[in-house]
Design a protein around this ligand. Structure first.
Ligand SMILES: Nc1ncnc2c1ncn2[C@@H]1O[C@H](COP(=O)(O)OP(=O)(O)OP(=O)(O)O)[C@@H](O)[C@H]1O
Ligand SMILES: [Mg+2]
Length: 378
């Protein structure tokens, strides 16, 4: 079976998916950093700010254009020879990505200006459900086309419904393409039934008399751009099913997260988007075997900060440590069972990569290297 190094080296796009807070952003960054160190031109596209991560990559601000992460920021132990490739990072700006599609497909510069300035367009591009996701996928498609990078790692936002994110392009074009809107575009809203025109007039009262005008102008202008939006959605749909794309499903070992991961996995499979690896993040490691009580006491007695403790206190402390170890062993056992269940439910032939629970937050490059080491260990 291929290991994770092979899986990543044979893909151009890796998408990290999973439920909220499991470690998608961290995993995406760890994969991209590793790829850059091993000689690839990598790009990590993140959705959520992940400010501290951005800071530690030496990026003051992330914007809609890829920014190069300084080599010094990636070098392990300050050794530039540990970085053979390059890393760029970008944070998606949904509005900007939406505007870009308009700019590429409008008939002329005046039309671009008119559409971008239209209040209805501004509403739709920034607050329509799924527009952020649409923008992310559209941007991915555009960046992939440029061929500037040989690995693009895409981070996804937590979504209530597993595939909302990846299917947003189709959903949003369906919404914009609904019969009601098609009718509106044909007629400009003329001939509305009494009830509807009353509602629109009331709306206009609240939103200013230009509202109806904005709506009809928007739909007329947008008609030409709509075709481009739809085509982009079709292209993204195809891209997500291209063999050069792999999905990395991130989960924690907790039973509830595992259930969600299984749901994700089933939906990805049904949509013909292959899970190339599972990352089980924040796994409790199995503690080593406990030393004999006398040795544990002696080890505690040797610690300078415990100097002055009585023999009784030291014995008591050693007892507490033993209990903590039993606790940790139980938690590790629960995790192992949970991971075994995941493997069993998903055919057992996938890659199940375990990343331990680190004591500190993972937000610097050294910590990411710790994670890469687990993911890419031979
Ligand atoms: N193995 C780990 N050990 C300890 N802390 C971790 C580990 N992995 C991730 N973290 C920390 O957990 C937090 C959440 O991680 P991350 O932001 O990667 O999750 P996410 O899935 O992207 O979350 P969201 O769904 O909100 O986007 C971060 O503060 C990160 O530093
Ligand atoms: Mg995240």
């Amino acid at each position: 079976m291929a290991d994770f190094t092979q899986v990543v080296s044979t893909r151009r796009i890796i998408v990290t998916v999973g439920s909220g807070g499991v470690g998608k952003t961290t995993t995406a960054a760890a994969i991209a950093v590793h790829a850059a160190r091993s000689g690839r031109r990598a790009l990590v596209m993140t959705i959520d700010p992940a400010k501290r991560l951005a800071n530690s990559l030496g990026l003051a601000t992330l914007d809609n254009a890829p920014q190069e992460v300084p080599r010094e920021a990636l070098a392990l132990g300050g050794d530039l020879a540990t970085v053979k490739g390059t890393l760029h990072a970008m944070m998606l700006d949904q509005k900007a990505a939406f505007d870009e599609v308009v700019a590429q497909h409008a008939a002329n510069p005046e039309q671009i200006k008119r559409i971008l300035a239209n209040p209805i367009y501004q509403q739709i591009s920034s607050s329509l459900a799924g527009s952020q996701e649409y923008a992310a996928m559209a941007k991915l498609y555009a960046v992939d086309k440029q061929a500037r990078f040989d690995l693009i790692v895409v981070d996804t936002p937590p979504t209530a419904n597993a595939l909302d994110f990846l299917e947003a392009p189709e959903k949003i074009t369906d919404a914009v393409d609904s019969p009601a809107i098609a009718w509106f575009m044909r007629t400009g809203g003329k001939g509305l039934g009494l009830g509807a025109s009353f509602v629109l007039k009331r709306l206009a009262k609240f939103t200013g008399s230009g509202f109806l005008d904005d709506v009809s102008k928007f739909f007329t202008e947008f008609q030409s751009v709509l075709a481009a939006f739809k085509e982009r959605a079709r292209n993204v749909h195809a891209l997500m099913r291209d063999p050069k794309v792999g999905f990395v499903l991130v989960t924690s070992p907790e039973p509830m997260a595992m259930d969600e991961a299984l749901m994700f996995h089933d939906k990805l499979q049904a949509a013909q988007m292959p899970t190339v690896a599972f990352v089980i993040n924040r796994v409790y490691p199995t503690p080593g075997t406990a030393p004999a009580r006398e040795r544990a006491v002696a080890a505690l007695a040797a610690r300078p900060e415990l100097a002055g403790m009585t023999a009784y206190d030291l014995t008591h402390a050693a007892g507490e440590l033993e209990l903590a170890r039993v606790d940790a062993a139980a938690r590790a056992e629960v995790d192992a069972v949970s991971i075994a269940r995941l493997a069993e439910r998903t055919g057992g032939r996938g890659l199940y990569l375990k990343v331990p629970f680190f004591r500190t937050d993972v937000h610097d490059v050294e910590a990411l290297a710790q994670i890469s080491a687990r993911l890419f260990a031979g």
